[in-house]
Write a protein that binds this ligand. Structure first.
Ligand code: 5GP
Ligand code: ZN
Length: 114
């Protein structure tokens, strides 16, 4: 989608530190990391948020989750644990309107989240 920074990253028009990718999904480091490991997992296709997923996207969502697991293994946090978060809409704090899973790890997470 024009003007979408994550579409630009997925299509190679904007730079990012990519840690894993396949034909449908891209994982790259967050520009403003909130933990020692902070990676974003996105679908290449523009989807606004998890609230816009359809039944046809079930395999894509599963692929995003499995990619996150692979990134956690690759980054060395799989055993100690990590957090997956996806923000949806204004009150959640979503700032980029292209579906993304935050993978946060490498430090103790707090609950409840801020
Ligand atoms: P949200 O607040 O929408 O859940 O998360 C958006 C995330 O994208 C933020 O953590 C922010 O730091 C990250 N981000 C925004 N723009 C860019 C960018 O151009 N490159 C990268 N790598 N991360 C970005
Ligand atoms: Zn997009």
């Amino acid at each position: 989608m024009k003007g979408c920074v994550f579409c630009d990253i997925a299509e190679g028009r904007a730079p990012a530190t990519i840690v894993l990718e396949d034909p449908e999904v891209v994982a790259f480091r967050d520009l403003n990391p909130q933990a020692p490991v902070h990676v974003l997992v996105i679908p290449r296709r523009h989807i606004g948020s998890a609230a816009d997923l359809t039944e046809a996207d079930d395999p894509l969502w599963g692929r995003m989750l499995r990619t996150a697991r692979s990134v956690a293994e690759q980054e060395g946090v799989a055993d100690r644990g990590y957090r997956l978060v996806t923000n949806i809409g204004r009150e959640s704090g979503q700032t980029v309107e292209h579906l993304h899973l935050h993978l946060l790890g490498g430090r103790r997470m707090t609950w409840p989240p801020g």
